[in-house]
Design a protein around this ligand. Structure first.
Ligand SMILES: [Zn+2]
Length: 461
C-alpha cells in the first residue's frame, strides 16, 4: 500500500500513531501537548472518554468543557495547549519549542469504550436490557462528536474485548454479575448494525471509519471479520478499513493463537506474534484494505505488523517508559550506584534503532534506565535529540526536578519524543523494502532474525 491522503493530509504507510492522553492523567500527559511540535506531523491517537467531559472522570480538564464549540479537533487542541502554557505555565521556556498547529496532524479517535461501558452500566443500574438501548445512544453521541469536530479517522464503537478492574470494581458484586451476563458478541453485533445505519443516514460523515474487530481465538477473529464483510454487503456500505482490538497484550490469551508456531526464544519477538497473527488473519480476508492494530505499535512489533498487512498502529510505551521515572530518582542521576535508594526509579531511554541519516545504530533495541546510559552515547539526530548537545545535558535537565519541575518534565518529553521518532523512523525504513526478508538482510540484528522466523511460519513462505 502506498502513502494515502486523509483530508488532504499525507498519511505514510505504515504509520506509527503517537498517543496523546491529556485528560486521562496529569504531569507528563499535560506536557505531551505542550511539546507536540517536536514530533511534528506524526499522526495522533486520542481517546474520546478522556476529552469528553460529559463523562466525569478523575483527570478531566476544564479546558475541554466547551470542546464542542470548536469546529475542528485541531483548533480545540491548539486552544487547550495555549491555556496550559499561559495559565498553568506548564512549559520550560528555555526549550524554545513552538506551539504546534494540531490541524496539520492526522488525528484518529478511539472511544475508550471499556470506561464508557462501566459508566453506562452504572447509569442503567446494571440492568442488561436498559444497557442495550443506552449503549447505542452513547455510540451515536460518539460519532456525532467525531463528526462535529472533524476528526480525521475514527475507530468504530464497540464493547472492547478485555476488561480491567480497579480494586473497588473487582469487589462490586453488581458490576461483576453484570459483566458475566453481558453477551459481548450479541451487543457488538448490535453496535455494528447501528453504526452502519447511522453512517448511511449521515452521508456527509466527515471521519474515515474503521470497523473494530475482536475475538478471543484466531477462529473468532476470522469469523468476526467475515461478519463485518457480510454486513457491508447486505447494507451496501463500505468501511474505510479495520481497527484490530484486544491483541496488544499476550497476557492470558487462548493457546490457539500460537498453534503451529515454534515460538522464538527472543521475548520481544514472541510478544510480537499475537498481533501479527491477528493482522495476518484479517489481511487474508479483507485484502489490501486499511488495517490499524490498536495498541500494537511497540517497536519490536512494527516490521511483523507491516509485512503481515497492517497500515498503522499506535503504542503508549514511549510515554510509559518515561513515566517509569519518579521525582526521587532525579536527585541520584549523578550519584554512585551504592547511594541510590531502592525507591528511586529512573525514566527509561530508548536505545538502538536508527540515526537521522538512516544508518543503523550498533546497540540492540531496548528501553534502558537513564542512569545507565553512558554520557558519551551518541544522539540520534532526531528533533528531540537536536535540543540537547549530549546525554549529560539531558541528565542535567532531568536532575533539576526539585528546583524547576518544568526542566524535568521537558527532559522526559525529549526522551518520549526521541522514542516516538524512532518508531516513526523504523516505519520509514521498512516502507523501502518490498519483503520482510529483504528488510532483515539489510538490517541484520538479533531481533529482526527472530521476527523473521515468526513471519515465515505465519505466512508460510
Ligand atoms: Zn533522538
Amino acid at each position: 500500500m502506498n502513502n494515502i491522503s486523509i483530508h488532504n493530509k499525507v498519511l505514510p504507510i505504515p504509520s506509527f500513531f503517537q498517543v496523546f492522553n491529556y485528560g486521562g492523567g496529569a504531569g507528563d500527559k499535560t506536557r505531551e501537548l505542550v511539546y507536540a511540535g517536536l514530533s511534528d506531523d506524526t499522526p495522533a491517537l486520542l481517546n474520546y472518554y478522556y476529552i469528553n467531559n460529559n463523562y466525569t472522570h478523575s483527570f478531566q480538564s476544564p479546558y475541554f468543557n466547551n470542546i464542542l464549540s470548536f469546529d475542528k479537533i485541531g483548533d480545540a487542541l491548539n486552544y487547550v495547549t495555549e491555556q496550559i502554557i499561559t495559565k498553568d505555565c506548564c512549559f520550560y521556556k528555555e526549550s524554545n519549542v513552538k506551539p504546534y498547529d494540531f490541524n496539520q496532524k492526522v488525528i484518529l479517535l478511539d472511544s475508550g469504550s471499556s470506561n464508557i461501558v462501566k459508566y453506562v452500566a452504572k447509569e442503567c443500574d446494571y440492568n442488561i436490557e436498559k444497557f442495550k438501548t443506552k449503549i447505542v445512544e452513547h455510540a451515536i453521541n460518539y460519532y456525532d462528536f467525531a463528526n462535529k469536530l472533524k476528526v480525521d479517522m475514527v475507530v468504530a464503537f464497540d464493547l472492547g474485548g478485555k476488561y480491567t478492574f480497579k480494586d473497588d470494581e473487582a469487589n462490586n458484586v453488581k458490576l461483576q454479575t453484570f459483566y458475566r451476563q453481558l453477551d459481548n458478541v450479541e451487543i457488538n453485533h448490535l453496535l455494528l448494525v447501528e453504526t452502519i445505519k447511522y453512517l448511511i443516514r449521515t452521508p456527509n460523515f466527515y471521519p474515515y471509519v474503521l470497523a473494530t474487530v475482536h475475538g478471543n481465538t484466531p477462529n473468532n477473529y476470522k469469523n468476526y471479520t467475515k461478519e463485518i464483510l457480510k454486513l457491508e454487503d447486505s447494507f451496501n456500505y463500505h468501511f474505510f478499513g479495520f481497527a484490530l482490538g484486544g491483541i496488544a497484550s499476550s497476557k492470558n490469551i487462548d493457546a490457539s493463537w500460537y498453534e503451529g508456531i515454534d515460538l522464538p526464544k527472543n521475548k520481544k519477538a514472541r510478544d510480537a506474534t499475537l498481533p501479527a497473527r491477528a493482522i495476518n488473519i484479517v489481511h487474508n480476508i479483507v485484502g489490501n484494505r486499511y488495517i490499524h492494530a490498536l495498541g500494537c505499535g511497540g517497536y519490536p512489533n512494527i516490521p511483523l505488523n507491516y509485512y503481515c498487512g497492517a497500515s498503522s498502529f499506535d503504542a503508549a510505551s514511549p510515554a510509559r517508559r518515561v513515566g517509569d521515572g519518579n521525582g526521587l530518582s532525579t536527585s541520584y542521576i549523578f550519584s554512585p550506584k551504592s547511594m541510590i535508594p531502592a525507591k528511586a526509579k529512573f525514566s527509561k531511554y530508548f536505545v538502538g534503532g536508527y540515526n537521522a541519516d538512516g544508518s543503523q545504530r550498533k546497540e540492540d533495541f531496548d528501553y534502558t534506565s537513564l542512569y545507565n546510559i553512558e554520557n558519551d552515547l551518541s544522539l540520534c539526530g532526531c528533533n528531540a535529540c537536536k535540543k540537547v548537545n549530549n546525554i549529560n545535558e539531558l541528565k542535567q535537565l532531568y536532575a533539576q526536578q526539585a528546583d524547576n519541575a518544568e526542566a524535568f518534565y521537558y527532559a522526559k518529553q525529549l526522551m518520549n519524543v526521541h522514542a516516538i521518532l524512532q518508531h516513526r523512523k523504523l516505519c520509514q525504513i521498512i516502507a523501502q523494502y518490498g519483503s520482510m526478508e529483504d528488510f532483515c538482510i539489510d538490517n541484520p540484528n538479533k531481533l529482526n532474525r527472530a521476527l523473521l522466523s515468526v513471519y515465515k511460519q505465519l505466512v508460510g513462505v
